[in-house]
Design a protein around this ligand. Structure first.
Ligand code: G16
Length: 543
């Protein structure tokens, strides 16, 4: 095997965002673009002799050619073994599971998650470390630094591997194993949840619709829901991964999964609805006539964790990202376990889970998970809910309302202003930050502002500090306005406005969410002037 050295130059803009490097496909297809970033990862890892790398993606356009490129580069870098999901497929949580179970050095995930796919869509690449979780900032910073100084990358001449046939092949001295992408993950799910009870639920006529959004979740849902758990065929819709996700925007929220929401609101609604995103790490939970907010889902899972065999001994603690509602905090307080508030990005949960400080984590962006892997896990959340429905015998709506009656309701919504001109968005945030010192203590539109700051986080395990993680304007009754720029978009900037209001009184739990939050939305506009500065009449997406 002779290693070829290819001369290259740094390419601007390869800084990983909230979750890896995400760009338009056309950008990734530019000469050396992918190779530079992969070499930057390998340079950061150093000597990989004798090591195993796990490799897979969400099946989007450019997934297969990217895998062939990375396999040849892994051979040149001296890896002993690469494990690739059959068809180039591995959901993000399944990759995390395989890395942990097979003792790999790490894994490379090819996904732009919920971003649209296809030749005009997005592509992405992310490195996960030996714990199975997204590389922490010190590693992504090092990778970025490598992209700034790269002068060459290494590969070998070798034919493409057959990605579709299970088994082992050699690429130079590298052993490539094409593995079943579902098997390890399905086995783990069987250990965590009461599959017998869920099987009995389906056998008793319980009905469900799982929308795979033509993304990577489909094969997992087919195998586990319709296979292991005996749900009727047809329970999984849009279950075949397509390179362009069939034109879907594979982001499971009530706007993008409108078909599922319409079904669940209609006369032939099944008992339970759920969806997962491009790489199957996000989830949406829907009951008849009710979509469960991700923040509520985390809180409800925490409050009922012990129904699932994997959590029967109780939970150690909970973590949520800062913009996620405080619903889980109330559950943690009632359980007497800690609740951590982290910046947006699953990578911030890794240390907490590794140190045994938390069991459950969640984010408002439709991400929920536990320490069974080190990624959020869409199907895990769906299986938890199925386990809860089986154990309680109650419908989703009754479980949610019962939870609110006990803990109070955190009315919650996110308003996104997408593809805003980048400079206008940066200026808006800068001006907002400049206003913060003068906001605390003021009463505006009937709201008294108790705290106005730019969220900073000190990791309790490694004491690393992350500054500038989003503006918080917190009222004296606990209501919150949060603003930050998305770190996952690929077009201009996306401004995210998060609104939250707590209501203890069960007699006041049935308001329309946007009505309940209208006063806070108006105050946010008065303070930040988003519509005025961006020229937008209102948000592009409200969830
Ligand atoms: C990624 C991260 C999440 C984060 C989300 C939203 O999700 O893994 O932790 O909450 O992005 O990030 P932003 O608000 O910066 O767009 P995914 O599913 O895209 O990998």
């Amino acid at each position: 095997m002779s290693v070829r050295t290819i001369a290259t130059q740094p390419i601007d803009g390869q800084r990983p965002g909230t979750s890896g490097l995400r760009k338009k496909v056309v950008e990734f297809c530019r000469p050396h673009y992918l190779e530079n970033f992969v070499q930057a990862i390998f340079n950061t890892l150093g000597d990989c002799a004798g090591q195993t790398l796990v490799l897979g993606g969400d099946g989007r356009y450019f997934n297969r050619p990217a895998i062939q490129i990375i396999v040849r580069m892994a051979a040149a870098h001296g890896f002993e073994r690469v494990l690739v999901g059959q068809g180039g497929i591995l959901s993000t949580p399944a990759l995390s599971c395989v890395v942990r179970k097979r003792g790999a050095l790490g894994g490379i995930i090819l996904s732009a998650s919920h971003n649209p796919g296809g030749p005009d869509g997005d592509f992405g690449i992310k490195y996960n470390a030996a714990n199975g979780g997204p590389a922490p900032e010190k590693i992504t910073d090092a990778i970025y630094a490598q992209t700034r100084s790269i002068g060459q990358y290494f590969t070998i001449d070798a034919p493409d591997i057959d990605l579709d046939t299970l088994g082992a092949a050699s690429v130079g001295a590298l052993r490539v194993e094409v593995i079943d992408p579902v098997a390890d993950y399905a086995e783990l799910m069987g250990e965590l949840f009461d599959f017998g009870a869920i099987r009995a639920l389906f056998a008793g006529g319980f009905t469900m619709c799982f929308d795979g959004m033509c993304a990577v979740g489909g094969p997992y849902a087919h195998a586990i829901l319709e296979g292991a758990l005996g749900a009727p065929r047809g329970t999984v819709i849009n279950g075949v991964p397509l390179e362009d996700f069939g034109g879907h925007h594979p982001d499971p929220n009530p706007v993008n999964a409108a078909e599922l929401i319409a079904l669940m609101d209609g006369p032939s609604a099944p008992d339970f609805g759920a969806a997962s995103d491009g790489d199957a790490d996000r989830n949406m939970i829907v009951g008849r006539g009710i979509a469960v907010t991700p923040s509520d889902s985390l809180a409800i899972i925490a409050a009922n964790a012990t129904v699932a065999p994997g959590y029967a001994g109780g939970i150690k603690g909970v973590a949520r990202s800062m913009p996620t509602s405080g619903a889980a905090d109330r559950v943690a307080a009632a359980l007497g376990v800690p609740c951590y508030e982290t910046p947006t990005g699953w990578k911030f949960f890794g240390n907490l889970m590794d140190a045994g400080l938390v069991t459950l984590c969640g984010e408002e962006s439709y991400g929920t998970g536990s320490d069974h892997v080190r990624e959020k896990d869409g199907l895990w959340a769906v299986l938890f809910w199925l386990n809860l429905l089986a154990a309680s015998g109650k419908p989703v709506g009754q479980i949610v309302r019962g939870h609110w009656a006990r803990f109070g309701r955190n009315y919650y919504s996110r308003h996104d202003y997408e593809a805003v001109e980048s400079n206008a968005a940066a200026q808006l945030m800068a001006d907002l930050r400049a206003q913060l010192p003068s906001l605390a203590g003021r009463t505006m539109d009937g709201h008294t502002i108790a705290l106005a700051d730019d969220f900073a986080y000190t990791d309790p395990v490694d004491h690393s500090v992350s500054l500038g993680q989003g503006v918080r304007i917190i009222m004296d009754d606990g209501s919150r306005i949060v603003l930050r720029l998305s770190g996952t978009g690929t077009e201009g900037a996306t401004i995210r406005l998060y609104l939250e209001k707590y209501e203890a009184d069960p007699a006041r739990h049935d308001f329309d969410t946007q009505t309940a939050l209208a006063g806070l939305a108006a105050l946010a506009e008065r303070i930040a002037g988003i519509a005025a500065r961006t020229g937008r009449g209102g948000p592009s997406v409200i969830t």
